[in-house]
Ligand binder design. Structure first.
Ligand code: GLP
Length: 240
């Protein structure tokens, strides 16, 4: 695990963009793992700037980390909509090359099995972008998630729903259930690129990087990963 601390989130976004740029310029068939949340925003904006200057993503495929269950089609906070708006349209990744678990599927367990297999059939994820929740979650793997877990349905805990309420009109509108790549799924990515910024993440970052490898802090799987790069701004690194 490589931990890099830089002054600001703009700096970490720039370094993360360098890693993605290397992947998409060197590989004929790059597979990206995309995360939602505020943290990767500056990275996606930097990639969009580079795309406008000629960085090509037309040959890339992408897999999302997670999705809410129960949001109606067309809801702007469905992660499929967020990723389309913030990443795949600005980067011109072909829509048919972008995949996510379907939170509207009738059989959610079958849908998770299908999605897990789709990632394997694509040859796995080359670079998985991930943030970290204030309670140490990664994707939507809440504390207590098995370290080897596959893609599966999960129930959000109160703190995560509260954290994500800022994207909705009220806390009541935040879904209670989600589909998420598991800690085992994330563990199989060839390169895990974890980003964190701001003082609100300092405790979770310290627990994930320096605490025990434990289901109580799902993001601690970063310690187990064969190739992990953790990019922190100074505020998020304050507890290390
Ligand atoms: C959500 C997402 C996670 C993300 C987390 C932190 O729960 N499912 O993938 O890492 O939020 O979000 P933020 O970056 O906005 O703090």
């Amino acid at each position: 695990m490589e931990v890099i601390v830089l002054p600001t989130a703009t700096d970490t976004a720039s370094l993360a963009a360098d890693i993605i740029e290397q992947l998409v310029t060197r590989r004929p068939d790059p597979v990206l793992g995309l995360a939602t949340g505020s943290t990767p925003g500056p990275l996606y904006e930097e990639l969009t700037r580079r795309h406008k200057s000629g960085l090509n993503f037309a040959h890339a495929r992408a897999f999302m980390l997670d999705e809410y269950v129960g949001l109606p089609a067309g809801h702007p906070e469905r992660y499929a909509a967020v990723i389309q708006r913030e990443v795949t349209e600005p980067l011109d990744i072909p829509a048919g090359s972008v995949h996510g678990p379907d939170g509207a599927a009738t059989d959610l367990i079958a849908e998770c099995e299908r999605y897990e297999q789709a990632i394997i059939d694509a040859g796995g994820i080359d670079v998985q972008i991930a943030g970290i929740g204030s309670n140490g979650h990664i994707a939507f793997n809440e504390p207590g998630s098995a370290l080897t877990s596959p893609t599966r349905p999960k129930t959000l805990n109160a703190r995560t729903r509260q954290d994500n309420a800022r994207f909705f009109d009220s806390l009541d509108e935040v879904p209670k259930h989600v589909l998420t790549q598991g800690l085992g799924t994330i563990g199989r990515s060839r390169h895990l690129l974890m980003l964190a910024s701001g003082a609100g993440k300092a405790d979770a970052v310290a627990a994930a990087l320096e605490g025990p490898l434990s289901a109580s802090c799902p993001a601690s799987v970063v310690q187990l990963h064969r190739h992990a790069t953790v990019l922190l701004d100074e505020e998020a690194a304050a507890g290390l």
